[in-house]
Ligand binder design. Structure first.
Ligand code: HEC
Length: 82
């Protein structure tokens, strides 16, 4: 689903590309109970300033249900190797 929605154009599974790696995102929010809801909203609305100055554009092609599934999938990634 991440590939179909072009997420992988900017995100790596592990390491930073244009945006943070999904493993880095998962590590950052590992103990954050609100993260699934908040990230699902940010996937659809876009984000800037959390990781740097590069903007993640809003992803309006992603339905609310798909955004929730993507947020849970991103957060389920293992920690990146240190
Ligand atoms: C055009 C490049 C681009 C695309 C396409 C993109 N992202 Fe991002 N994404 C970014 C950037 C840059 C950031 C960091 C934004 C920031 O610092 O707030 C980011 C941040 C995120 C975050 C973390 C937000 C936070 O608050 O920590 C998640 C989760 C995320 N992206 C998921 C996705 C998903 C899922 C998709 C596909 C539907 C996607 N992204 C598509 C560039 C992109």
């Amino acid at each position: 689903m991440a590939r179909r929605n072009a997420c992988m154009a900017c995100h790596g599974l592990v390491h930073k590309q244009v945006g943070p790696g999904f493993a880095q995102i998962a590590q950052r929010y590992r103990n954050d109970a609100e993260a699934p809801v908040r990230l699902a909203a940010k996937i659809r609305n876009g984000s800037v300033g959390t990781w740097g100055r590069v903007i993640m554009p809003r992803q309006t092609q992603v339905s609310e249900a798909d955004a929730q599934a993507l947020a849970r999938w991103v957060l389920s990634q293992p920690d990146p190797p240190s």
